[in-house]
Design a protein around this ligand. Structure first.
Ligand code: SIN
Length: 303
Protein backbone atom coordinates (compact mmCIF):
# COMPACT_ATOMS: atom_id res chain seq x y z
CA UNK A 1 0.00 0.00 0.00
CA UNK A 2 1.60 3.29 -1.11
CA UNK A 3 1.23 6.62 0.70
CA UNK A 4 0.05 9.50 -1.49
CA UNK A 5 -0.31 12.10 1.28
CA UNK A 6 1.71 15.32 1.40
CA UNK A 7 2.04 18.17 3.87
CA UNK A 8 1.53 21.52 2.12
CA UNK A 9 2.32 24.23 4.64
CA UNK A 10 -0.33 23.72 7.36
CA UNK A 11 -2.60 21.65 5.08
CA UNK A 12 -2.38 17.88 5.20
CA UNK A 13 -3.48 16.56 1.79
CA UNK A 14 -4.56 12.93 1.19
CA UNK A 15 -2.96 13.34 -2.22
CA UNK A 16 -1.24 16.26 -3.99
CA UNK A 17 -3.81 16.65 -6.79
CA UNK A 18 -5.70 19.97 -6.80
CA UNK A 19 -7.88 21.33 -9.61
CA UNK A 20 -6.41 24.67 -10.69
CA UNK A 21 -8.27 27.93 -10.28
CA UNK A 22 -10.44 28.86 -13.23
CA UNK A 23 -10.85 25.31 -14.50
CA UNK A 24 -13.17 23.90 -11.82
CA UNK A 25 -15.63 26.68 -10.96
CA UNK A 26 -16.28 26.74 -7.21
CA UNK A 27 -16.00 22.96 -7.10
CA UNK A 28 -19.59 21.98 -6.26
CA UNK A 29 -20.51 22.01 -9.98
CA UNK A 30 -18.48 18.78 -10.29
CA UNK A 31 -20.14 17.06 -7.31
CA UNK A 32 -22.86 15.63 -9.55
CA UNK A 33 -20.20 13.77 -11.54
CA UNK A 34 -18.18 12.16 -8.72
CA UNK A 35 -17.39 12.39 -5.02
CA UNK A 36 -15.14 15.46 -5.02
CA UNK A 37 -13.79 14.51 -1.57
CA UNK A 38 -11.14 12.47 -3.42
CA UNK A 39 -9.43 15.77 -4.35
CA UNK A 40 -6.40 16.87 -2.31
CA UNK A 41 -7.95 20.35 -2.17
CA UNK A 42 -9.66 22.74 -4.60
CA UNK A 43 -8.36 26.09 -5.82
CA UNK A 44 -11.52 28.12 -6.42
CA UNK A 45 -12.15 30.52 -9.32
CA UNK A 46 -10.12 33.74 -9.04
CA UNK A 47 -12.07 36.17 -6.90
CA UNK A 48 -11.98 39.96 -6.92
CA UNK A 49 -13.50 42.60 -4.64
CA UNK A 50 -16.30 43.50 -7.06
CA UNK A 51 -18.34 41.06 -9.16
CA UNK A 52 -16.96 40.84 -12.72
CA UNK A 53 -18.66 39.86 -15.95
CA UNK A 54 -15.30 39.14 -17.60
CA UNK A 55 -13.99 39.88 -21.09
CA UNK A 56 -16.00 40.07 -24.33
CA UNK A 57 -16.39 36.83 -26.31
CA UNK A 58 -14.86 34.89 -28.01
CA UNK A 59 -12.70 34.13 -25.00
CA UNK A 60 -11.35 30.73 -26.01
CA UNK A 61 -9.15 29.60 -28.92
CA UNK A 62 -8.18 26.00 -29.50
CA UNK A 63 -4.56 25.13 -30.24
CA UNK A 64 -2.48 22.01 -30.81
CA UNK A 65 -2.14 20.35 -27.38
CA UNK A 66 -3.73 23.21 -25.50
CA UNK A 67 -5.98 26.25 -25.55
CA UNK A 68 -5.90 30.00 -25.08
CA UNK A 69 -8.32 31.63 -22.64
CA UNK A 70 -9.15 35.24 -22.02
CA UNK A 71 -11.91 34.90 -19.43
CA UNK A 72 -11.03 38.13 -17.63
CA UNK A 73 -11.64 37.02 -14.06
CA UNK A 74 -15.38 36.50 -14.31
CA UNK A 75 -16.59 35.96 -10.73
CA UNK A 76 -19.37 37.04 -8.37
CA UNK A 77 -17.10 39.06 -6.03
CA UNK A 78 -15.63 38.17 -2.64
CA UNK A 79 -18.80 38.82 -0.58
CA UNK A 80 -20.94 36.49 -2.73
CA UNK A 81 -18.17 33.88 -2.73
CA UNK A 82 -18.16 33.90 1.08
CA UNK A 83 -21.95 34.04 1.47
CA UNK A 84 -22.96 31.62 -1.26
CA UNK A 85 -20.22 29.72 -3.13
CA UNK A 86 -18.26 28.46 -0.12
CA UNK A 87 -21.35 27.30 1.85
CA UNK A 88 -22.58 25.55 -1.32
CA UNK A 89 -19.19 23.83 -1.78
CA UNK A 90 -19.16 22.85 1.91
CA UNK A 91 -22.28 20.73 1.33
CA UNK A 92 -20.20 18.41 -0.86
CA UNK A 93 -16.57 18.91 0.14
CA UNK A 94 -15.40 18.36 3.71
CA UNK A 95 -11.75 19.48 3.39
CA UNK A 96 -10.22 22.98 3.49
CA UNK A 97 -10.13 24.85 0.17
CA UNK A 98 -7.84 27.38 -1.48
CA UNK A 99 -9.10 30.91 -2.18
CA UNK A 100 -7.51 32.34 -5.33
CA UNK A 101 -7.55 36.12 -4.86
CA UNK A 102 -7.05 38.46 -7.81
CA UNK A 103 -7.07 42.21 -8.03
CA UNK A 104 -6.29 45.50 -9.71
CA UNK A 105 -4.76 47.41 -6.82
CA UNK A 106 -2.97 46.51 -3.59
CA UNK A 107 -5.84 47.74 -1.41
CA UNK A 108 -8.21 45.42 -3.32
CA UNK A 109 -5.98 42.38 -2.72
CA UNK A 110 -5.71 43.38 0.94
CA UNK A 111 -9.47 43.81 1.42
CA UNK A 112 -10.27 40.45 -0.20
CA UNK A 113 -7.60 38.64 1.80
CA UNK A 114 -8.77 40.24 5.05
CA UNK A 115 -12.24 38.86 4.35
CA UNK A 116 -10.92 35.44 3.29
CA UNK A 117 -8.84 35.28 6.48
CA UNK A 118 -12.04 35.12 8.56
CA UNK A 119 -13.48 32.09 6.71
CA UNK A 120 -12.73 28.74 8.41
CA UNK A 121 -13.29 26.70 5.23
CA UNK A 122 -10.44 28.54 3.52
CA UNK A 123 -7.25 26.66 4.39
CA UNK A 124 -4.96 28.71 2.19
CA UNK A 125 -4.85 31.91 0.15
CA UNK A 126 -3.40 31.78 -3.35
CA UNK A 127 -2.56 35.35 -4.29
CA UNK A 128 -2.98 35.58 -8.06
CA UNK A 129 -0.52 38.15 -9.40
CA UNK A 130 -0.36 36.45 -12.78
CA UNK A 131 -3.65 36.76 -14.71
CA UNK A 132 -2.66 37.85 -18.25
CA UNK A 133 -6.21 38.78 -19.28
CA UNK A 134 -6.88 42.06 -17.47
CA UNK A 135 -5.33 45.53 -17.73
CA UNK A 136 -3.87 47.50 -14.81
CA UNK A 137 -3.69 44.60 -12.41
CA UNK A 138 -3.34 40.83 -12.46
CA UNK A 139 -0.09 39.97 -14.20
CA UNK A 140 1.35 43.48 -13.88
CA UNK A 141 2.01 42.76 -10.17
CA UNK A 142 3.83 39.57 -11.06
CA UNK A 143 6.29 40.79 -13.67
CA UNK A 144 8.49 42.90 -11.40
CA UNK A 145 10.14 41.77 -8.17
CA UNK A 146 9.34 45.13 -6.51
CA UNK A 147 5.58 45.00 -7.11
CA UNK A 148 5.43 41.28 -6.26
CA UNK A 149 7.17 42.07 -2.97
CA UNK A 150 4.90 45.02 -2.23
CA UNK A 151 1.59 43.22 -2.75
CA UNK A 152 2.75 40.07 -0.93
CA UNK A 153 3.97 42.12 2.04
CA UNK A 154 0.70 44.07 2.25
CA UNK A 155 -1.40 40.89 2.19
CA UNK A 156 0.92 39.09 4.62
CA UNK A 157 0.07 41.76 7.19
CA UNK A 158 -3.65 40.92 7.14
CA UNK A 159 -3.73 37.12 7.11
CA UNK A 160 -2.32 34.36 9.23
CA UNK A 161 -3.49 31.69 6.76
CA UNK A 162 -0.85 30.03 4.58
CA UNK A 163 -0.15 32.47 1.75
CA UNK A 164 0.96 31.14 -1.65
CA UNK A 165 1.64 33.54 -4.51
CA UNK A 166 0.69 32.41 -8.02
CA UNK A 167 3.40 33.42 -10.48
CA UNK A 168 3.43 34.24 -14.16
CA UNK A 169 5.81 32.65 -16.68
CA UNK A 170 5.65 35.96 -18.59
CA UNK A 171 8.25 37.59 -16.31
CA UNK A 172 11.93 38.00 -17.22
CA UNK A 173 12.93 35.72 -14.30
CA UNK A 174 10.27 33.74 -12.45
CA UNK A 175 12.88 32.68 -9.86
CA UNK A 176 13.61 36.32 -9.03
CA UNK A 177 9.89 36.99 -8.48
CA UNK A 178 9.62 33.88 -6.28
CA UNK A 179 12.53 35.08 -4.14
CA UNK A 180 10.85 38.50 -3.73
CA UNK A 181 7.63 36.81 -2.57
CA UNK A 182 9.55 34.65 -0.10
CA UNK A 183 11.29 37.77 1.31
CA UNK A 184 7.87 39.44 1.67
CA UNK A 185 6.64 36.58 3.83
CA UNK A 186 4.92 34.19 1.41
CA UNK A 187 4.58 30.63 2.72
CA UNK A 188 4.85 29.20 -0.79
CA UNK A 189 4.53 29.86 -4.51
CA UNK A 190 2.26 28.42 -7.22
CA UNK A 191 3.51 28.18 -10.79
CA UNK A 192 2.96 28.53 -13.64
CA UNK A 193 -0.04 30.56 -14.72
CA UNK A 194 -0.66 30.71 -18.48
CA UNK A 195 1.74 31.87 -21.20
CA UNK A 196 0.66 34.88 -23.23
CA UNK A 197 -0.42 33.78 -26.72
CA UNK A 198 -2.79 34.45 -29.61
CA UNK A 199 -4.42 32.90 -32.70
CA UNK A 200 -5.55 34.47 -35.98
CA UNK A 201 -8.60 33.27 -37.90
CA UNK A 202 -7.46 32.58 -41.48
CA UNK A 203 -10.86 33.44 -42.97
CA UNK A 204 -11.47 36.77 -41.18
CA UNK A 205 -7.71 37.49 -40.90
CA UNK A 206 -8.41 38.85 -37.43
CA UNK A 207 -7.45 37.62 -33.93
CA UNK A 208 -9.72 34.77 -32.78
CA UNK A 209 -9.99 36.18 -29.25
CA UNK A 210 -11.96 39.41 -28.80
CA UNK A 211 -9.28 40.68 -26.42
CA UNK A 212 -6.63 39.72 -29.06
CA UNK A 213 -4.29 37.91 -26.64
CA UNK A 214 -4.91 35.36 -23.90
CA UNK A 215 -3.26 32.76 -21.68
CA UNK A 216 -2.04 29.53 -23.29
CA UNK A 217 -2.21 26.32 -21.25
CA UNK A 218 -2.48 22.57 -21.78
CA UNK A 219 -0.07 19.67 -22.33
CA UNK A 220 2.11 21.73 -24.72
CA UNK A 221 3.31 23.93 -21.82
CA UNK A 222 4.26 21.07 -19.49
CA UNK A 223 8.04 21.08 -20.24
CA UNK A 224 8.17 24.86 -19.75
CA UNK A 225 6.29 24.64 -16.44
CA UNK A 226 8.50 21.79 -15.29
CA UNK A 227 11.66 23.77 -16.07
CA UNK A 228 10.35 26.77 -14.12
CA UNK A 229 9.37 24.65 -11.08
CA UNK A 230 12.89 23.15 -11.21
CA UNK A 231 14.49 26.61 -11.27
CA UNK A 232 12.30 28.07 -8.54
CA UNK A 233 12.97 25.04 -6.29
CA UNK A 234 16.67 25.91 -6.46
CA UNK A 235 16.01 29.59 -5.66
CA UNK A 236 13.67 29.46 -2.65
CA UNK A 237 13.17 27.55 0.61
CA UNK A 238 9.36 27.58 0.58
CA UNK A 239 7.08 24.91 -0.91
CA UNK A 240 5.85 25.01 -4.50
CA UNK A 241 2.51 24.09 -6.03
CA UNK A 242 3.45 23.03 -9.56
CA UNK A 243 1.08 23.35 -12.51
CA UNK A 244 1.04 23.77 -16.27
CA UNK A 245 -0.12 21.08 -18.66
CA UNK A 246 -0.38 18.32 -16.07
CA UNK A 247 -2.67 15.60 -17.43
CA UNK A 248 -1.56 12.25 -15.96
CA UNK A 249 -0.25 10.66 -12.78
CA UNK A 250 3.16 10.41 -14.45
CA UNK A 251 3.12 14.20 -14.97
CA UNK A 252 2.31 14.67 -11.25
CA UNK A 253 5.32 12.55 -10.28
CA UNK A 254 7.57 14.43 -12.73
CA UNK A 255 6.43 17.81 -11.30
CA UNK A 256 7.19 16.56 -7.78
CA UNK A 257 10.64 15.36 -8.81
CA UNK A 258 11.25 18.89 -10.16
CA UNK A 259 10.32 20.31 -6.74
CA UNK A 260 6.54 20.57 -6.35
CA UNK A 261 4.95 19.56 -3.04
CA UNK A 262 1.46 19.63 -4.57
CA UNK A 263 0.33 19.68 -8.18
CA UNK A 264 -2.57 21.53 -9.77
CA UNK A 265 -4.42 20.24 -12.80
CA UNK A 266 -5.90 22.93 -15.05
CA UNK A 267 -6.70 22.65 -18.77
CA UNK A 268 -7.17 18.87 -18.48
CA UNK A 269 -10.41 19.54 -16.52
CA UNK A 270 -11.80 21.45 -19.49
CA UNK A 271 -11.19 18.49 -21.80
CA UNK A 272 -12.39 15.84 -19.37
CA UNK A 273 -14.28 16.76 -16.17
CA UNK A 274 -13.09 13.46 -14.64
CA UNK A 275 -9.39 14.34 -15.24
CA UNK A 276 -8.50 14.93 -11.57
CA UNK A 277 -10.34 11.83 -10.39
CA UNK A 278 -8.63 9.70 -13.05
CA UNK A 279 -5.20 11.06 -12.10
CA UNK A 280 -5.87 10.36 -8.40
CA UNK A 281 -6.97 6.79 -9.25
CA UNK A 282 -3.86 6.27 -11.41
CA UNK A 283 -1.41 7.73 -8.89
CA UNK A 284 -0.94 4.67 -6.58
CA UNK A 285 -0.61 2.40 -9.63
CA UNK A 286 2.05 4.64 -11.18
CA UNK A 287 3.87 4.92 -7.82
CA UNK A 288 3.92 1.13 -7.40
CA UNK A 289 5.33 0.74 -10.93
CA UNK A 290 8.13 3.19 -10.10
CA UNK A 291 8.85 1.73 -6.67
CA UNK A 292 7.69 4.86 -4.80
CA UNK A 293 6.27 4.06 -1.35
CA UNK A 294 5.87 7.58 0.07
CA UNK A 295 5.07 10.26 -2.47
CA UNK A 296 6.45 13.02 -0.27
CA UNK A 297 9.91 11.37 -0.39
CA UNK A 298 10.33 12.28 -4.06
CA UNK A 299 9.81 16.06 -3.75
CA UNK A 300 12.76 17.74 -5.47
CA UNK A 301 14.30 14.32 -6.13
CA UNK A 302 15.65 15.37 -9.55
CA UNK A 303 18.03 17.93 -8.01
C1 SIN B 1 -9.00 34.59 -16.32
O1 SIN B 1 -10.02 34.64 -15.62
O2 SIN B 1 -8.81 35.38 -17.26
C2 SIN B 1 -7.95 33.55 -16.05
C3 SIN B 1 -7.37 33.68 -14.69
C4 SIN B 1 -5.89 33.66 -14.65
O3 SIN B 1 -5.21 33.43 -15.66
O4 SIN B 1 -5.32 33.87 -13.57
Amino acid sequence: MVNTSVQLSTMHLDNPVIPASGTFGFGYEFAELYDINVLGSISMKGTTREPRFGNPTPRIAECTAGLINSVGLQNPGIDKVIEHEIPELSKYYTKPVIANISGFAIDEYVECCEKADKVDKIGMIELNISCPNVHNGGMSFGTSAESAYEVTKAVRAVTSKPLFVKLTPNAPSIAEIAVACEKAGADGVSLINTLLGMRIDLKTRKPVIANVKGGFSGPAVFPVALRMVYEVYEAVNIPIMGMGGVSSAADVIEMMLAGATAVQVGAANLKDPYACKNIIDELPIEMAKLGIENLSDIIGGAH
